[in-house]
Design a protein around this ligand. Structure first.
Ligand SMILES: [Zn+2]
Length: 153
């Protein structure tokens, strides 16, 4: 099985993993991914960006977070922390191991977790490596996942 993922790639095999939890609070985020945009929840007053959706810690947010909106991020950041999974804790991951799970600190500030595709970090202690988002489309299931790849230095 190939695990090659490039921007806008489609993995044709059937999805056999847990489904993402898409609800009215985050469906705009998932729609953004389908359009190949990584959206962050953004304060219209100060520009602070958040993920997942929350209130701006710097401002009054009433009524109903009306000063907040989803806005596109750069999709770039750096590895904040990572580890390598050698064991599949769900049958759907058995052909993926080993894979690198990472927490990425986006350039805009929020932390987001995903996996590293393509070239793998040689040293798991090498935090701070620059990465960018790639979009893994699962058209049959109707969602797109954000993955990250290393940016050549
Ligand atoms: Zn704010």
């Amino acid at each position: 099985m190939t695990t090659q993922t490039t921007p806008g790639s489609v993995r044709p095999e059937a999805w056999n993993k847990p489904l993402p939890s898409i609800d009215p609070d985050n469906e705009a985020f998932w729609e953004g991914l389908r359009d190949h945009e990584l959206l962050l929840w953004t304060c219209n007053q100060c520009g602070e960006q958040y993920w997942p959706k929350c209130y701006c810690v710097k401002h009054e947010n009433e009524p109903f977070a009306s000063n907040m909106a989803w806005k596109a991020s750069s999709g770039q950041g750096k590895i904040f922390a990572m580890n390598r999974h050698h064991w599949a804790f769900h049958p759907g991951f058995k052909e993926d191991v080993p894979y690198t799970y990472a927490i990425v600190e986006l350039d805009e500030g929020p932390l987001i977790s995903s996996t590293i595709v393509g070239e793998q970090p040689a040293d798991l202690m090498d935090v701070g490596l620059p990465v960018r988002v790639v979009y893994e489309d699962h058209a049959a299931e109707g969602f797109t996942l954000p993955r990250f790849e290393l940016i050549a230095q």
